[in-house]
Design a protein around this ligand. Structure first.
Ligand code: FES
Length: 97
């Protein structure tokens, strides 16, 4: 299962491979910030506290927009983090503003 913690709504949803964390949040009406959906605005930034191994490796857009320390803290961009394999994942929205 995937636990999504948005601004004020938290839901536990079925993992769907090929969808991003942002796709899942929108589908299940979790209040997740976003704007560009292309990995440039960082509004969808989140911390993955569990199950990062079930997601894709960081994309080029994330490598360009996140700092090393942010990766060390488990931060990803929700619009870039794709579910690769079904497994327990927990992600909490951590926007800059
Ligand atoms: S929505 Fe802009 S970086 Fe994800």
């Amino acid at each position: 299962m995937i636990t999504l913690k948005g601004r004020s709504i938290q839901k536990i949803v079925e993992p769907e491979t090929g969808l991003t964390l942002l796709d899942l949040a929108l589908k299940h009406k979790v209040d997740w910030s976003f704007s560009c959906t292309r990995g440039t605005c960082s509004r969808c930034r989140c911390v993955v506290t569990e199950g990062a191994e079930y997601l894709n490796a960081p994309t080029d857009a994330e490598l360009d927009n996140l700092e090393d320390e942010e990766f060390e803290q488990g931060l990803r961009l929700g619009c870039q983090a794709v579910v690769r394999t079904a497994g327990p994942v927990t992600a909490k929205l951590k926007p800059f503003f």
